[in-house]
Design a protein. Sequence first.
Length: 594
Amino acid sequence: MGLTIEKYGVLWPADASDLEIEMSCIRKGGRWTAKGRECGEGLSFHYEAMRHCIWPELDDHRWNSVCRDEIVKNKITVLMGPGSSGKTHAAAWTKLCEYLCFPENTLVLVSSTDIRGLRLRVWGEINMLWDKAKERFPWLPGHLIDSKLAICTDDLDEEKARDLRKGIIGIPCIQNGKFVGLGKYAGIKQARIRLIADEAQFMGSAFLSAFANLDKNADFRAVVLGNPNDPLDPLGKAAEPLDGWTGHLEPDKTSTWDTRFMSGRCVNLIGTDSPNFDFDGPTRYPYLISREKIENTLSFFPRDSVEYYSQCVGAMKIGVLAKRVITRDLCRQFHACEGDVKWAGTGLTRIYALDAAYGGDRCVGGWAEFGIDTAGRQMLVLHPPYIIPIRVGTDLIAEDQIAERVKTDCIALGIPADNMFHDSTGRGSLGTSLARSWSAMTNPVEFGGTPTERPVCLDLYINDPKTHAKRLKLCNEHYSKFVTELWYSVRYTIEADQLRGLTEDVMEEGCMREWEDVNGKKKLETKEDMKERTGRSPDLFDWLSIIVEGARRRGFNIKRMANADSVAANLDWLDSLRDKAKAHREAGQLDYAA
């Protein structure tokens, strides 16, 4: 019995000899030279032929073709789209075929959120395909151990130890409600390591860091799967275009592009461009998103809803970045992650900051310095923050342990106590510990309360509602709360191109926090809401906001922002206001010489 593959116009009889030929072609790389003649049709062709030999009932459509072509060509492939788009199926059959061709030196890691998620999605798909393959061709290599979510190359003889480094293994990355990731598999050595990372949008922030360790193997490749949710989650990071998300137009057709992450490729399957829309009449591929599914979704949710966008469209919603305090592209544009500053002299001011915590959140400490660079700009340079450990079973209470560490670090760095700033929100006893062990001159920073009356920066002007004169906008006119002022002062320092040394982990937390406009003022998302939404506390960025606040209190000014070209070049009016303010101030001073 044969099957005509319409795309290639070739008859492929589904028997063992034809399957062995296709597997042999794949082992040779798809193309090879024999007796001076070039042979083979390429990996994509032979993978498709192998698929039709083993599973002749499977459909071929353009979404399957583009996913297959990108997976076999690239080291890292991201398949991103709505539900019912065939992402899981494409990854499952390609990597199963690859394992069958190289069973002795291939390990395929299959990750998802939890065991239930594995069985319902990618492992369930592999299991189904595996059962059909073994039913038709029992000689194919491997042995299924479903209880261990594994397909092993070694047989089931109990007298022989099975080598789990050869086969396919399902890995739940969230266990008992805690993200455990791929850490324990990162050190595995095998000639060919393959990874299918399903539901990547729900993984922990450190999920992608395991890729670098796995990449140390001779041959590592990965397929990252997920429904787009947030440009800053692991799926969003893996799929980020070379020019960044903010420079990327949301596609209305299925698209592919190069990614920043490990020089990979992204396939964005757009639900409203489903292969089912290529044909009139009844739905041809009932397992793919269709007109009926879109109509059903629209009967409950409007087109601008999150539900419609995630279930029926499947493109990354770039607009969510507009409500983030900072973005990666902003930090890159204004060189915040760079570290090289050429100072004009030695007159640098050092600031130490502490975001204290005694349980649950992290206790973050670290320092920075500011001064004038050779271009005449005031610059603030960060040094990487660190976590201050709290030891149990000692005579010192947590506050005293923190105070001793801060004192030791500041003395070593030559930072005086009055240049040390710490979060005092709910931390009343910390100031006492600092005063007792070191100095009473340290500076508390209360995150709660109202914004200050300082200028937002030196180039943001408004017309005074009372005098109608032009003046600098004040923080209490721009922000609803002091914590918003603290965080946004960091953003404006970045936009003024005055910040250097920003590390990836600190930047990531700043990119996660959202804000909203309330009666014309910026209001930061509460820490509790952020923790519920992202699963983490922004301790590192809180530390950075204290650094900037401390620097501002010690003379650091946020200068002209790069996009403030609309400010008039003639600032004589500002000089006039300064003179009037000086005269008014002097008029109220006591004359001791009189």
